[in-house]
Design a protein. Structure first.
Length: 230
């Protein structure tokens, strides 16, 4: 497992749980607005945290942490993700997985083996605009398959979109709502242009807070829970 970072305590990344967060190295997307640049580019030069160190840390946090959040990058591109999660689960921790949904077969396998307790999937844009938002070629059918798997999994989950005027119009959000209609939870995340993979995006302003609230209001009818983050 290639681990590029560890946040030892978080009260916000795993809903209603105290967790630690690990950041895996590498991603198969090149989203221009991505803030985790060091996890995506030049990963062979990035400092890595050893699995031994991580599991020693986890052992020391028994009875202090509820769970582990695995994010990235894209965790599901890691070849040993299944074994890694199995070891975490064997220690008695819950696991929350953050994913871009590009590897539905891997995702289904983890769900079938009951290795994930919460899934957060990023929804980049409407299916028609997915490649533009991801900055690379994307098999959108695999994205749709992951959505279907998650919604029918019985595992707690959320979908979330980083809202960027450059990439999604207000009409696009309506289309996303129609696509994900009936999902339990959907979160709008406000775009920050302080650090972006594509430097051009540093010049693009985010939606205002008022606009974010308006988008949320228009989307709320599609979801069990719809909120703005950030």
């Amino acid at each position: 497992m290639l681990i590029g970072g560890l946040q030892k305590t978080s009260l916000i990344d795993y809903p209603d749980k105290v967790s630690c967060v690990i950041f895996t190295l590498g991603c198969n997307f090149r989203c221009p607005f991505c803030q985790n640049v060091d996890l995506v580019l030049n990963t062979e030069e990035a400092p890595a945290i050893s699995e031994n160190y991580f599991f020693r840390f986890l052992e020391s946090r028994k009875n202090l942490l509820d769970g582990v959040v695995i994010t990235g990058g894209e965790p599901l591109i890691q070849k040993d993700i299944e074994d890694f999660i199995e070891k975490i689960k064997s220690m008695g921790f819950l696991v929350k997985l953050d994913t871009n949904g590009s590897l539905p077969d891997v995702l289904r396998k983890l769900i079938d083996k009951k290795l994930v307790d919460y899934i957060a999937m990023d929804i980049k844009s409407t299916p028609e605009k997915y490649e533009k938002a991801c900055g690379c070629g994307v098999d959108v059918e695999k994205i749709k398959k992951s959505v279907e798997i998650i919604m029918n999994s019985g595992v707690d989950y959320e979908f979330r979109t980083t809202a960027i005027p450059r990439l999604q119009t207000k009409e696009d959000f309506r289309k996303i709502g129609e696509w994900l209609k009936g999902a339990k939870k959907y979160f709008l995340q406000r775009f920050s242009n302080e650090r972006t993979l594509d430097r051009a995006f540093k010049r693009y302003p985010p939606y205002t807070q008022k606009e974010m609230v308006e988008i949320r209001k228009n989307l709320s009818k599609y979801f069990g829970k719809c909120e703005v983050r950030g």
